[in-house]
Design a protein around this ligand. Structure first.
Ligand SMILES: Cc1cc2nc3c(=O)[nH]c(=O)nc-3n(C[C@H](O)[C@H](O)[C@H](O)COP(=O)(O)O)c2cc1C
Ligand SMILES: Nc1ncnc2c1ncn2[C@@H]1O[C@H](COP(=O)(O)OP(=O)(O)OP(=O)(O)O)[C@@H](O)[C@H]1O
Ligand SMILES: [Mg+2]
Length: 515
């Protein structure tokens, strides 16, 4: 079988792995459902073209296996005469229509053309014929792929069938590696710069493939397989769902909490350390207090610091709660390839999404560790699907992971924290992840006055200075007592501090530096 041979003879290990798992899914489907009960949803697009050839290979391998299992020579015609459905719309590109018809003809696919919308068309089809499973060329990154698995029942409200998605975990690059390795025909639009094809009204060539200047009468484009960054595959689709890019978008995406906080001038953070060793008392944790000081310096208020176990559910529960009550959550610990490194999986669970391979992140890891360390299936490159943004900085060997308002730091000590924090700040200056606020001014007074003597006055101060935080702590039971005044307006901080000194006598107070 020429497809199987082409992939096996190539030197692309990654493609071979993707191919093997896709044809495995296809063979499982052929084993689970009768051939008359399955259909192939084909629209002439690149993903469904990949799927067509995988189905041909998978069907061939399935037949070979059945032949070997039964020990009898089965006489079947080569090819895969699977029921093929095409939802043809008046707004389809003529090139897509002709490629679909010609391909169906070349591979003897019994093509059924449906001129209804997807849902209505499927209802009519299932009423008439017993279809139990439909193969689709859906891939992670498609707007409709979130939450889907290789086998996913149709959504509530849709007629009942199983959606079979053999290439769900394929990247844009995998698709082109397959089509070019197998030297199969694909729709001519892809050679004219189209990278994802919808209707004639919402699809144009991808501007990232434009050659020369767009003012010329006929702008030229390079072929789709030359698009370097697969994440921009849908850049030629007018109705694309753009991920949040600017600070404003980020804050809208994070919910109203951030807007309210922005308006009232404070932004809040939670810090979550993940580590059994900290809870066992075996490792000391200094990162969170250093991070509190750093947040304070950019005008943020840390509302919560916690330590949780290396347990997916514990991380998920904590992150879910903290991300909904704070503007930003910082996590550290539990990041890496060890069995105890469950932080990323916990974050995915907190967002209710699964983890999916992130090709770009994988490239960084491979660059850092080499193929040896990462192999062709890298668990560390599995990131929360649909919510992840990578924060790059040239001095970091691997980008930081940001999932909406959750930032996963990889720092394990103070110098690593320093480096990552400085990168975050630099990225922030170019519309990055953190909003810099006016810093807090904090002044600390040490006094030998007893807590009993000063307590009523301080309570009254809290009422008189609602714009300031007034706190107290003792270094020992017998004193001295440290009183802190914290606010964004230095004059107000000074005024409150002086007023306290005047009330009891300046000689009883001395200014101290803390932290
Ligand atoms: C055979 C088939 C089955 C589908 N099943 C579902 C479904 O169960 N749930 C759903 O929300 N959309 C379903 N859709 C619609 C797709 O999610 C999606 O809207 C469609 O593939 C168009 O993608 P595009 O907007 O990228 O062109 C189905 C589409 C097809 C062709
Ligand atoms: N009009 C249609 N008729 C039949 N199947 C369709 C149709 N539109 C989408 N599909 C199914 O949904 C899958 C995903 O569609 P999508 O548009 O993302 O991929 P594609 O068309 O194969 O490639 P491209 O992303 O380049 O447009 C297709 O591979 C196909 O299985
Ligand atoms: Mg398409």
């Amino acid at each position: 079988m020429e497809i199987d041979e082409a992939v096996r003879q190539s030197t692309d290990r990654r493609l071979q792995t993707k191919y093997e798992s896709a044809v495995y899914v296809i063979q499982r489907a052929f084993a689970l459902y009768a051939f008359e009960e399955v259909a192939f949803s084909f629209n002439g697009g690149k993903d469904s073209t990949v799927l067509l050839h995988l189905l041909r290979a998978g069907y061939f391998l399935h037949k070979e296996k059945t032949k070997t299992c039964n020990g009898i020579q089965m006489n079947y015609k080569p090819g895969c005469p699977i029921r093929t459905i095409y939802f043809e719309s008046p707004s389809a590109f003529p090139e897509i229509n002709s490629f679909t018809y010609e391909t169906a003809n070349t591979y003897n696919l019994p093509l059924e053309i449906i001129r209804l919308d997807f849902k209505g068309g499927l209802e009519a089809l299932l009423n008439e014929k017993p279809i139990k499973a439909i193969f689709l060329g859906t891939r992670i990154g498609d707007p409709n792929a979130v939450g889907q698995e290789q086998f996913s029942p149709s959504s509530p409200g849709w007629p009942p069938f199983m959606r079979v998605n053999p290439i769900l975990d394929w990247s844009y690059r995998d698709v082109w590696a397959f089509l070019l390795t197998c030297k199969v025909q694909y729709c001519s639009l892809y050679d004219q710069g189209y990278t994802s094809i919808g209707s004639i009204y919402d699809t144009v060539p991808n501007a990232l493939l434009s050659i020369g200047d767009s003012s010329t009468i006929k702008e030229k484009f390079r072929p789709a397989y030359l698009l370097a960054d697969g994440r921009l595959e849908r850049a030629g689709r007018a109705k694309r769902i753009a991920p949040p890019t600017s600070i404003d978008d980020n804050f809208v995406a994070n919910g109203l909490k951030s807007m309210e906080s922005c308006l009232s001038g404070t932004l809040t953070a939670a810090i979550v350390a993940i580590g059994d060793e900290i809870l066992l008392g075996a490792a000391e944790e200094h990162v969170s207090s250093a991070l509190c000081r750093k947040l304070q310096a950019i005008g943020w208020t840390t509302m919560h610091v916690s330590v949780v176990q290396n347990d997916i559910d514990a991380v998920a529960e904590e992150v879910e709660h903290r991300k909904s009550t704070n503007d930003m959550v910082f996590l550290f610990g539990g990041v890496g390839p060890l069995h105890s490194d469950v932080t990323v999986a916990g974050v995915a669970k907190a967002f209710g999404v699964r983890t999916a391979p992130d090709e770009e992140f994988e490239e960084y890891l491979t660059h850092l560790m080499g193929e040896e360390g990462t192999g062709n299936r890298n668990e560390m490159a599995q990131l929360p699907e649909g919510v992840t943004e990578l924060l790059h900085h040239q001095i970091l060997s691997v980008p930081l992971i940001k999932c909406q308002n959750v930032i996963i730091l990889s720092a394990t000590n103070l110098s690593e924290l320093e480096k990552e924090w400085n990168c975050l700040l630099e990225l922030t200056s170019s519309s990055g992840p953190l909003l810099l606020m006016a810093p807090f001014v904090t002044k600390h007074l040490s006094t030998t006055l007893s807590d009993v003597k000063i307590s009523k006055t301080l309570s009254a101060f809290c009422l008189e200075f609602p714009d300031l935080y007034i706190g107290c702590y003792r270094k020992s039971r017998k004193g001295p007592l440290i009183v802190s005044f914290r606010g964004k307006d230095e004059a107000r901080v000074d005024f409150a501090r002086q007023k306290l000194c005047q009330m009891y006598g300046s000689e009883l107070f001395s200014e101290v530096n803390c932290g």
